[in-house]
Design a protein around this ligand. Structure first.
Ligand code: AMP
Length: 305
């Protein structure tokens, strides 16, 4: 039997249709598991649990094979259609407006993980229906489990979502989702409330304003990397989560210092992801570029007392 990958992700593998104020793409490779795994693969080997249809081409699938991404739990359904999402952004690039969601092969997805995948020590439940997230969570004997979600699932499957939240160690969501989930307009109070539901830590992504880490005992926040041009914000959240979880899995420990570095690596990966459409920028990213921005973060957040 082969070795389990240090990190496993379940989420969508999608064909997106994206419109931003700077351009549009009719068929853009996307999905939470796709953006997450490409980003995390700069730090560790990642396994993807997802489902695709016949319309997902070999060229699409190359995104996984050209990096350290294990696809043995990526199912292809003959005659099926891949998950599709259409979204649009206005000048406020922090907010995606969903135009259309077609679950397609995800509607009947019944994940049954290989024995090897069940032993991955780090697990990320990417944005997908919360019952599916929990089915995967129950199969994996992971040491550290984090999850994402979105407004659609908070609106339509709240009870299921709360059951999934109760069985994870960390939640990584954006600020609007945290407020909506907690039914609390103040972000600090929202975070405190969510932390009473089971998770030990909450990471709040705040788009161009950065990210914050809340635990019951501590608080840490960083601005975002100051970019002059953001081209396509799709996948920013997932590439953030990929950098965050990828770094934790590589470090193989969870303590305050490692978590803070992971927040910065997440911010670095998101900052590169938004520079081009889809995963185009991360597909050509070099390790030195990640190191360079990581050090720049240290410089622009450091001050003397
Ligand atoms: P984000 O990182 O939040 O920008 O996520 C972007 C990705 O989420 C897109 O590539 C979409 O394919 C995917 N997505 C959008 N809506 C859903 C949904 N309801 N379930 C799963 N994935 C989704």
């Amino acid at each position: 039997m082969s070795e389990p990958t240090p990190l496993l992700v379940v989420g969508s593998v999608a064909i997106d249709s994206i419109k931003t104020p700077f351009g549009e793409r009719e068929r853009s490779l996307g999905g939470s598991a796709t953006h997450f795994s490409v980003s995390a693969s700069f730090f560790t080997e990642v396994g993807v649990v997802a489902v695709i249809g016949e319309d997902f081409t070999d060229e699409d699938e190359a995104v996984f094979h050209e990096r350290r991404i294990n696809t043995s739990n990526l199912q292809r359904i003959p005659g099926g259609k891949t998950f599709r999402w259409a979204g649009e952004y206005g000048f406020d690039l922090n907010t995606a407006h969903t135009l259309d969601t077609q679950l397609n092969v995800f509607a009947d997805f019944n994940p049954n993980l290989s024995d090897t995948a069940r032993k991955s020590p780090f697990l990320f439940l990417g944005n997908i229906q919360p019952t599916l997230q929990r089915e995967v969570r129950e199969q994996v004997d992971a040491r550290f489990v984090a999850m994402d979600t979105m407004n659609l699932w908070i609106d339509t499957t709240r009870d299921e979502l709360l059951k999934t939240i109760a069985v994870v160690d960390a939640i990584v969501i954006n600020d609007a989702e945290a407020r909506q989930l907690a039914e609390e307009p103040n972000l600090i109070r929202a975070a405190r409330k969510i932390l009473t539901w089971g998770p030990k830590l909450l990471v709040v992504k705040r788009g161009e304003y950065g990210a914050a880490l809340f635990t019951k005992e501590s608080y840490f926040a960083t601005p975002a990397f100051p970019l002059e041009s953001v081209f396509d914000p799709t996948g920013a959240g997932d590439s953030f989560a990929g950098g965050f979880m990828g770094y934790l899995a590589q470090a193989d420990k969870i303590d305050e210092t490692t978590l803070r570095r992971a927040i910065i690596y997440g911010s670095v990966m998101a900052s590169y992801n938004v520079e081009e459409f889809s995963c185009d920028r991360l597909r050509k990213l070099q390790a030195e570029e990640i190191r360079a921005r990581f050090h720049q973060f240290k410089e622009f957040t450091h001050f003397e007392i």
